[in-house]
Write a protein that binds this ligand. Structure first.
Ligand code: ADP
Length: 399
């Protein structure tokens, strides 16, 4: 069975075609700068499928999907569109409606649309991706895989904000979290690596990429996570501030009401804060690490984040009544030995004994980075969000 995992952004479409149940990746790729502004003569769009790269005008997600499927036929990877048994679409916001993946019916589509208000940058783009596949073939089963689903097991005292209750009842204001597919994958993988039943384990998962979040996973269920109503809450990230005192907004607005409107302030908190805001240098951890000590603000940007990650780990340790393992994943978690070392140093008091030598060596592969004597184990586990998506689609189609 051939399953395609798709992540559609506002101007991009990433995909992986996976053979199931063998879980072998057949081909992967990316379409970029999809825009109605692209013309035959003047365009910025391009795609990469496998090792082939091509600059062509791509105006819509439907055009991208057509190029993709025709490429697969041309390369004899599939004989017809119908050979794609299912497409799993990553959906950032599933709100309170979805605690698991669902076949996309008219009703599911309407709910994803309704939730655009909570994820204005993501859900509309996901809908473009879904509709592109619906436009191209009526026979492909489309499945929605929600980033929020894994977090639906949080208790009310964890997902509620101490705000007027009516905001929750009427408008759904609460913590939903994000990166759920990744947190679930690495937590279950960690249990597998530890050769222990997930039901017996308390795991803290740190998904640290350009976007970053931390989850507490007890007995295989998420009991807390750092992102909130939107991905802005939690630890500082590449360009997002993470938690701040909300009164900062009014304060800055008073300083310059014309410049600092709510909309502009939120744009700054989402796009010009975090690593980028503090370092005045870059949102990319590689560039920040390369400029350490030359630019003290780069040190500060990382130190703020490390401290906040340690705060969350401490808090989740208390919330779960201990921890068996801490897992690092995503772009920075998998590649930056410095981040792992600096965070684990700050939580050593809980009983974490880092093996510096192993930690310095490993990157992008499963590894235990604590000493055998360490009461709490720490691991590097590369995330496989697309594989999780393909597994969900496979299970749904099999039924
Ligand atoms: P997102 O999916 O949220 O866009 P990623 O998980 O791709 O983010 O992570 C992007 C971050 O990971 C960037 O800050 C980048 O510097 C870092 N990163 C990616 N690859 C490497 C690498 N090989 N070495 C160091 N850092 C890396």
């Amino acid at each position: 069975m051939k399953i395609m995992a798709v992540n559609a952004g506002s101007s991009s479409l990433k995909f992986k075609l996976i053979e199931m149940p063998s879980e072998k990746v057949i081909v992967k790729g990316l379409f970029e700068s999809i825009s109605k502004k692209n013309t035959e003569e003047n365009f910025t769009s391009k795609y990469k499928i496998g090792n082939d790269e091509c600059n062509v005008p791509i105006r819509t997600h439907t055009e991208a999907v057509k190029i993709l499927l025709d490429y697969l036929i041309d390369k004899k990877i599939i004989k017809s569109y119908d050979e794609i048994d299912g497409v799993g679409h990553r959906i950032v916001q599933g709100g309170k409606y979805f605690d698991k993946s669902e076949v996309i019916t008219k009703d599911v589509e309407a709910k994803i649309e309704e939730l655009c208000l909570l994820a204005p940058l993501h859900n509309p783009a996901h809908l473009d991706g879904i509709r592109a596949f619906q436009n191209i073939s009526k026979n492909i089963v489309n499945v929605a895989v929600f980033d929020t689903a894994f977090h639906q097991t949080m208790a009310p005292d964890t997902y509620m904000y101490a705000l007027p209750y009516e905001w929750y009842e009427k408008y759904g204001v609460r913590k939903y979290g994000a990166h759920g597919t990744s947190h679930k994958y690495v937590a279950y993988k960690c249990a597998e690596v530890m050769k222990r039943p997930i039901e017996d384990l308390k795991i803290i998962t740190c998904h640290i990429g350009n976007g970053a979040s931390i989850s507490a996973v007890k007995g295989g269920k998420c009991v807390d996570t750092s992102m909130g109503l939107t991905p802005l809450e939690g630890i500082p990230m590449g360009t997002r501030s993470g938690n701040i005192d909300p009164a900062v907004l009014e304060y800055m607005n008073q300083i310059d009401p014309e410049k600092y409107t709510i909309k502009e302030l939120l744009r700054i908190l989402n796009r010009e804060s975090g690593y980028l805001g503090v370092s005045c240098c870059s949102n990319d951890s590689r560039e920040i690490e390369a400029n350490l000590d030359k630019n003290p603000l780069c040190n500060l940007a990382l130190d703020i984040q490390y401290k906040r990650i340690a705060d969350y780990i401490g808090s989740y340790y208390v919330h779960m009544g201990g921890a068996d393992a801490i897992v690092f994943t995503a772009g920075i978690g998998e590649n930056s030995s410095r981040l792992r070392r600096e965070v684990l140093k700050r939580v050593a008091v809980l009983g974490v004994e880092l093996d510096e030598e192993v930690n310095n060596k490993v990157r992008g592969e499963i590894a235990e980075i604590t000493k055998p004597s360490s009461p709490i184990k720490a691991f590097l586990i590369p995330t496989e969000e697309e594989l999780m998506i393909a597994r969900d689609v496979y299970e749904i189609i099999k039924k």
